[in-house]
Every structure is written in C-alpha cells, then in structure tokens.
Design a protein around this ligand. Structure first.
Ligand code: ZN
Ligand code: ZN
Length: 516
C-alpha cells in the first residue's frame, strides 16, 4: 500500500499516541535539531506484526461495520419494534467511539409501513442519509412500485445503491440507478463494498420488473470475481459483499461453522477464496453468524428493525493484512432505550401531507385477527368486488390467489387506522378478471397444496369445484401478483382501476363496521 504523509497524523492519533504533532516548519533553517526519536515518513512492516519496523508506531486501524437488513420501512416506534430514532442515536454513538464506522444496508428498506410506503421510500431514504449509510444493496421489495421510485430515491440518497447484477432488458446494460461497488478511502485503508440482488426475481410482481433481469448463479459469481479483482488491482484492502439473499435458517448468536453445501443455494463458496472478505446478507429474515470453510463470516439479523449485524475488522495500513476480531448480532435491546434522535419527527413533519391518510381511524375491530384470517378476508373482498364489477357479465368461479400478510402479521382488537393496514397489506397489487383452464383452476386454486393460496367463492364456484372440466375455460378474480406469476398460467381479460389495493378493500370493510 502507498503510504502518504497526510495519514501520519491520523495514525499517531489512532495508535493512542498523545503527543502533539509539531507545526510544519516554514524553512529548513529554522528546524531545531531534535534528539527525540521521530516517526518515520515511509513506514514498513516486514514481519507484519502491526508496528513500523523503524519507528514502532502502530499501523493498525479498526473498522466497525454495521448492517441493517430488511428494515421494511419500520421507521416509527411500534409494539413489535423500536423506531429508527433510537437506532440513529446508536449509530451516532458508534461513530463517536470509532470514526471508522461503516453503516451498510442489505436491502428491502422501504416496503412495509405507512410512512415509508406513502412516500415511496423517500422518507426512509432521507433517514438513511441522516444515519450516515455508506451504501445500500437493492432488495426485491425495492421494486414493489417499479423502477421509477428507485431512480427518484437514488437522487435523494447521499450514498450509492448497489447491485452488480441488475440489467436492463432493452440495453443489456446495468441499470442506471445503481452501481456495482463503492470504495471508501479512510485513514489509509481502502474498503470496497460490492452489492448484489439475490435470486428473488419471482418474489416481485412481474409488471414491476418487466424491463429488468437479474443475473444469478455462475453469472453472478463471475461478475463479483471480476469486480473484486478490479478493486484489488486499485489497492483495495478489504472487500465487503452485501447480498440481498441469505441462509434459510436462523442460527446461534455467536459464529457457527457452515459447510459449502449449505451456502450454495445463494452464495458461491469460491468467492471466499480471496475475492470477498466479509458478507452481509438479507431477504430471508433469519438471524445468524456463519463462518464458512474459508473463514469468511456471513451475518444477517431478523429484519423489521428487530436487530442489526456488526463485524469488527482490524487492518494493517501498510501491509493490508486484516483480521476479523469480532462479529455480533445486536438485538433491539442494545438500542431500543436510547434517546430519540429528532430526525424521525422532522421527517414526519416534512411529509405530513402525504402521510395524512394514514391517520384515518377506520373503525373498531372486536377481536384479534390472525394472519390467515386476514388472508381469507382479502380473498373474500376480491371475490366480492369482482362480482360487483364483472358478475353480471361473466360467470365468476372464485376470487383470491397468493396472499401475503406482512409484519406485524396480525390485527389486534381495538381501533384500526389506515396505517395499520398499510403495514399488514403493503403491496400495490391491482385486481383483474382472468381466464384459466379447468386443469389449472383445479391444481393451482381449488386443490392446491400451497398454503399461501386463499380463495373465496359462492354458489356457482361450489358447483364448478365439484365438477371441473379440465379443458374448459373459467373466469376468476386475481391480483397482479398472482396473475403475473407465470406458472399460474392465466390470461388477463380486464384490469380493475389502478390505485385500489387489498388494504383499501379491507379499509372499506372496516368503515362499514365489518369487524365490530
Ligand atoms: Zn425482506
Ligand atoms: Zn427480500
């Protein structure tokens, strides 16, 4: 690594050396002859022991990396999680303790709360500026409103969006609103951050990603290796890989070994052969610290602002060698009781006009409603609206499809606001009248083994269910997630007006006293 005189002062401070740095002499002639041993200008560390061969000062710099994965817009305090106002304070304190603090995101930051969704992620992005994020890897849910809000938020963000593997279908070039990597040059150390979207194309409503594709598998490995080689060639000492994909199971809160085979479903273990040095993961909302066979750590925490990940790395500024001295999963308890940073309140005020519909008190809910109750109710509402709109003209068999209810996964008894439904049913999926073959109708809807499918039907549906003709064509009501999912093999006949989503149908149901 090139040594620069300017880093000398910083290294002296970091090494705990309290001596004052003398002012630069104006001319050579005025410099007094010193008998004190002075630090040399060009450090060397031939035995790589962390101190200069000549002047013995410490050449080690410690970096603290923090990663927030799958925040899902959980900006405001709730029963299930703290707000980011406390997290902001925590990160601020971390930075005061160690100026070499790097805050990263592993994606899925925006989708999942009224304040974040109603501003299409802008409010969350502004918070990330305030919290000093260095980079954010894009997650599948960043695409829930298509590409335009991502591009708009890229303008707001004072940090880059990363994804090495998202390509434009038309140009076959990487999409413009993100980049492959970023290099942080700090205290004589160059840190490279590479970001990648995981293999989660199918977790996005098709219409929102029709113009892009994600390279995965061996293609992704080749991209990351080439990028890592390029970063190393320009002098990068340490490479953090932040991927929006992860292990399927939670593990212990301390590092546990993981075999190559267990990683392979989302991570090519050959990347750990000197290409990437530390991996932060996301998407699966599992909590783990895994140490792979090559000694590279993989960290993820639960998401929804229920904890973040931390890794501490000590780097030799001269030789570039490093050691990961600590890895931690920080539970919310670490920051939940800290002082509120005013940023959240400031942003809520700034976006008050956009957020005002969230405060609407819809009505009263007489009992706790679990996730599956809400999923069935959504299917009922789809069927009901479908019958109202198209029932006179078409023989409609059923309404429903793949139903997703998000954190906090249930609706407590008591007053219900629109904001609560926004968290539970955040997706902007349009309703449509579709046709389907009898064979698919039976396999995918009436007799599916996929327990995320919920359907609702009436008299006519009951008759069809008993006696489906596999070759006949039937009319059903689905939302855009389900009709866009290719294996469902349906054809859209007519879409219902844009801007009316599952939460709006449930909201009306509650306004009408349906949950009293
Ligand atoms: Zn997520
Ligand atoms: Zn995700």
């Amino acid at each position: 690594m090139k040594k620069l005189c300017i880093f000398l002062a910083l290294i002296l401070l970091l090494s705990g050396c309290q001596q004052e740095i003398p002012a630069a002499p104006t001319t050579q002639a005025t410099v007094p002859v010193s008998t004190e041993p002075t630090a040399c200008i060009d450090h060397a560390d031939s035995d790589d022991n962390g101190s200069c061969d000549t002047c013995q000062i410490s050449l080690l710099v410690t970096f603290d990396f923090y990663c927030v994965n799958d925040l899902h817009g959980k900006v405001a305090d709730a029963d299930t999680h703290p707000g980011v106002d406390e997290l902001t304070t925590f990160l601020e304190k971390a930075r005061q303790r160690n100026e070499n603090t790097v805050v990263l995101s592993a994606g899925d930051m925006w989708q999942g709360s009224a304040e974040s969704n109603m501003t299409r992620g802008a409010l969350t992005t502004e918070w990330m500026n305030e919290a000093g994020f260095a980079a954010m890897t894009l997650g599948n849910h960043e695409y829930d409103w298509g590409e335009a809000p991502i591009a708009a938020n890229a303008e707001i963000a004072e940090f880059p969006f990363l994804a090495i593997n998202i390509y434009d279908r038309q140009t076959n070039a990487q999409v413009e609103y993100c980049q492959s990597s970023v290099v942080l040059d700090q205290n004589g150390v160059q840190i490279g951050i590479i970001g990648a979207m995981g293999d989660c194309y199918n977790s996005i409503a098709v219409a929102q990603v029709k113009d892009v594709y994600f390279l995965t598998g061996d293609d992704l490995t080749a991209l990351v290796k080439a990028e890592a080689d390029a970063l190393r060639a320009q002098g990068v000492d340490f490479i953090v890989y932040v991927i929006h994909d992860g292990h399927g199971d939670s593990g212990s809160a301390s590092a546990a070994p993981v075999s190559d085979g267990q990683l392979r479903s989302y991570y090519d273990p050959s990347l750990s052969d000197g290409y990437v040095d530390l991996v932060f993961e996301g998407h699966t909302h599992q909590r783990y610290i895994l140490e792979d066979a090559q000694g590279v750590y993989h960290l993820q925490n639960r998401g929804d602002n229920r904890g973040i990940s931390q890794a501490t790395v000590r780097i030799n500024t001269v030789t570039g060698t490093w050691v990961c001295t600590d890895t931690k999963l920080l539970a919310t308890g670490v920051y939940a009781n800290m002082e509120d940073d005013p940023i959240v309140e400031t942003l809520m005020e700034k976006y008050a006009d956009q957020l005002s519909p969230a405060n609407e008190l819809l009505g009263y809910n007489s009992r706790l409603r679990y996730r599956n109750d809400l999923r069935q109710l959504t299917a009922d509402m789809y069927y009901r609206l479908g019958m109202e709109v198209w029932g006179e003209e078409y023989d409609i068999v059923l309404g429903g499809g793949f139903m997703s209810v998000r954190s906090p996964n249930q609706l407590p008894a008591g007053d219900v606001t629109y904001a609560m439904l926004q968290s539970l049913l955040p997706f902007d999926n349009r309703l449509a009248l579709c046709t389907v073959s009898g064979k698919t109708l039976a396999e995918k809807f009436f007799f599916t083994s996929n327990d995320n499918y919920f359907i609702s039907f009436g008299e006519y549906g009951r008759k069809v269910r008993k006696d489906i003709d596999p070759d006949a064509t039937y009319y059903i009501i689905l939302d855009s997630y389900s009709y866009g999912y290719a294996p469902n093999n349906v054809t859209v006949v007519e879409e219902y007006e844009d801007g009316i989503y599952a939460r709006d149908l449930i909201a009306q149901y509650i306004r009408d006293g349906g949950m009293e």
